[in-house]
Design a protein around this ligand. Structure first.
Ligand code: ATP
Length: 400
């Protein structure tokens, strides 16, 4: 459809980047990126009309997003057009603007494009040898100054390398090491390093990439005091399955797996370096809260393990209001089935249980309104968490 719309508008449109790469690798990818030779904004609007979606336009970047059914997104970018003095040069300009757009990218495997206009539909465009590198499993930059220009590409190279089981091509690796030695990563803002770190920690198994970062000297710039060799491999390995289990059991759609990994990494650091990290890197409030809870999780777990009788009301005092990621981390620490079951029982009850009476009922029971209401209701809630009070009648009886 994009090709037809482009044709009607007299534009050329291409599907580019990650989607084409993953298509050739048979790797799942649902993010479609289009590059338009013409006005991307106009194409996005017509495409949204045709497909029955919405458009969001980012004027500053010359990009637009078409959103269909709230979850399927198509990014539309305008290829930079160049102005030539002679109109005769026009066809050449058109051709070079896609090339120009692709040349600004990070690696050859990300420079593949597929033409979508009807007359060329499906034609693979490969200006920089991306196809060959996909076959040879190489991550290769496009020009020698690439890493100097944007050192986050070093972290991106490592991410793609470990994700696909590729290798950073030897010349590219040498240039990456060179950029690291020239301390180029030190020029990046903490925000950008954090963004790339989050992307790495969002991969299905981030550990190999972290180890590779250490090998290449990148880890120095992220968390120099954390010794990755000390990571608890067993715990680390269980993260994906415990996250998946938690999401399903508690209907939690959005769990930030990267945050669980980050917590696990920061748990390896001493107090001082952890605080240094938190002071520099701009984590949002929720992430900061989770990291702080995870910091405490080791002690909380020991306390739980040492307790003779683990009641839900007691657990509530310890971990009430914790972020999902922190609860997951706590569960990861637990190896004893009995303790695991107690925590899960608490979380299950927490999800299901609600008091049936409220302030209004207390008034009917003849109690004078005041701070005592909250106290009674809180107390009652804890009794309900422990299964001592079960229904509305029992709640009322208990108050009486
Ligand atoms: P992923 O599967 O991780 O989403 P992607 O290739 O789609 O991979 P994005 O981060 O969404 O990655 O980037 C989209 C495109 O933009 C990439 O194909 C890449 O070529 C380009 N790109 C992203 N970051 C950079 C960068 N720092 N330098 C150059 N090009 C970049």
């Amino acid at each position: 459809t994009a090709g037809e719309v482009a044709e009607e508008l007299g534009y050329k449109v291409y599907c580019v980047g990650g989607f084409v790469r993953d298509l050739l690798l048979s790797y799942p990818n649902f993010d479609i990126d289009l590059v338009v030779e013409g006005e991307g904004e106009k194409l996005a609007i017509s495409l949204a009309e045709r497909l029955g979606g919405r458009v969001r336009i980012h004027k500053r970047f010359g990009t637009a997003v078409v959103i269909i059914n709230d979850d399927f997104k198509i990014d539309v970018a305008t290829a930079r057009t160049e102005y030539y003095e002679f109109p005769a040069a026009l066809p050449k300009v058109e051709k070079s603007s896609l090339r120009e757009d692709l040349y600004r990218r990070d690696f050859t495997i990300n420079t593949l494009a597929v033409a979508l206009n009807p007359d060329r539909y499906g034609e693979l465009i490969d200006y920089f040898g991306g196809r060959r590198d996909l076959e040879q499993k190489y991550i290769r930059i496009l020009y020698n100054l690439s890493f100097i220009e944007d050192p986050t590409r070093i972290m991106r190279a490592i991410r793609f390398e470990t994700r696909y089981g590729f290798t950073i091509e030897p010349d590219t690796l040498r240039l990456a090491q060179d950029a690291v030695e020239r301390r180029m990563l030190g020029k990046l803002s903490y925000k950008r390093i954090l963004q790339e770190l989050i992307l790495i920690l969002s991969e299905p198994d981030p550990m190999p990439a972290l180890i590779r970062m250490k090998e290449i000297g990148v880890w120095e710039y992220v968390l120099p005091d954390v010794d990755l060799d000390r990571a608890d491999e067993g715990l680390w390995r269980r993260i994906p399955s415990v996250v998946a289990w938690f999401k399903e059991r508690y209907h939690a759609l959005y769990v930030k797996t990267w945050l669980v990994y980050l917590g696990a990494i920061l748990a390896l650091a001493d107090q001082e370096s952890r605080e240094k990290f938190l002071a520099c890197y701009p984590l949002d409030r929720q992430a900061l809260k989770a990291v702080k809870e995870i910091e405490k999780a080791g002690m909380v777990w020991q306390e739980i393990a040492a307790a003779r009788d683990i009641k839900s009301s007691w657990l509530d005092k310890l971990i009430n209001g914790w972020e999902k990621e922190s609860l997951i981390y706590l569960l990861l620490l637990v190896r004893e089935e009995k303790i695991w079951e107690k925590i899960v029982e608490y979380l299950d009850r927490k999800e299901k249980i609600k008091l049936e009476i409220n302030g209004h009922d207390l008034r009917i029971l003849g109690l004078k309104p005041g701070p005592v209401y909250k106290k009674i209701l809180d107390e009652l809630y804890l009794l309900k968490l422990d299964g001592i009070v079960k229904d509305k009648d029992e709640e009322i009886n208990m108050v009486k």
